[in-house]
Design a protein around this ligand. Structure first.
Ligand SMILES: O=C(O)[C@H](O)COP(=O)(O)O
Length: 227
């Protein structure tokens, strides 16, 4: 049975500072880099040997992939980067402190923005210092100004189906380094989690998740490699 490896990037600077990040490009912290390296060591110890990798175009996910592969002695492995694996766009919340936002708008409202299935955060203003319109990595892409989990699923799943699934079906072990919410999108699909239940799923940083897929690249149960 083909194995699929999913990993959320190691701790980022804004995970540490408790700020909404979304598409803003922050680096991993020293702790995050160690999480990524340790994940690679663990994967090697457990006998995993991915053939091909996919990441978002965001530094924290790309670095996590590279550090884990280096720790595994597989830095040579082909890796494709695509914006469709990016974190969900946090709209007008981008850059804000999560605790201060909860103090201002209430815990319940912030929980809805963070975890509801289809209610997006307020949109980002065009003149926001966090607007990404001039970022060359997004040239030609219709950058969203906010995204719910549902919106995230709408751009993650076509990439999964059209680009990643064919690699799995050809017998390759695939590793995906992505983000809390782009991975929630994928796990929701693979494990058939309902719109209501997905609100309770949290994915920790730097911990490899393993799916034993069937030959049709369909999932079901997953486990954390450390367990
Ligand atoms: O974009 C972010 O802020 C984080 O990567 C994920 O944040 P969340 O847990 O608030 O969705």
């Amino acid at each position: 049975m083909p194995k699929l490896i999913l990993i959320r990037h190691g701790q980022s600077q804004w995970n540490l500072e408790n700020r909404f990040t979304g598409w803003w490009d922050v680096d991993v912290t020293e702790k995050g880099a160690k999480e990524a390296w340790d994940a690679g060591i663990l994967m090697k110890e457990k006998g995993l040997a991915p053939d091909i990798g996919f990441t978002s175009v965001q530094t924290r996910a790309v670095k996590t992939m590279n550090l884990a592969l280096e720790a595994m002695g597989r830095l040579w492995m082909p890796v494709t980067k695509n914006w469709q694996l990016n974190e969900r766009h946090y709209g007008g919340l981008t850059g804000l402190d999560k605790a201060e936002t909860a103090a201002k708008h209430g815990e319940e409202q912030v929980h809805i923005w963070r975890r509801s299935f289809d209610i997006p955060p307020p949109p980002m203003d065009g003149d926001s210092p966090f607007a990404m319109e001039n970022d060359p990595r997004y040239a030609g892409i219709n950058i969203p100004n906010t995204e719910s989990l549902k919106d995230t699923i709408i751009r993650v799943l076509p990439y999964w189906e059209n680009v990643i699934v064919p690699e799995i079906k050809s017998g390759k072990q695939v590793m995906i380094s992505a983000h809390g919410n782009s991975l929630r999108a994928l796990v929701k699909h693979l494990s058939n989690i309902s719109d209501d239940d997905i609100t309770g799923l949290e994915i920790p940083t730097g911990q490899p998740i393993i799916y034993e897929l069937n030959d049709d690249a369909q999932g079901g149960e997953y486990y954390y490699l450390k367990d």
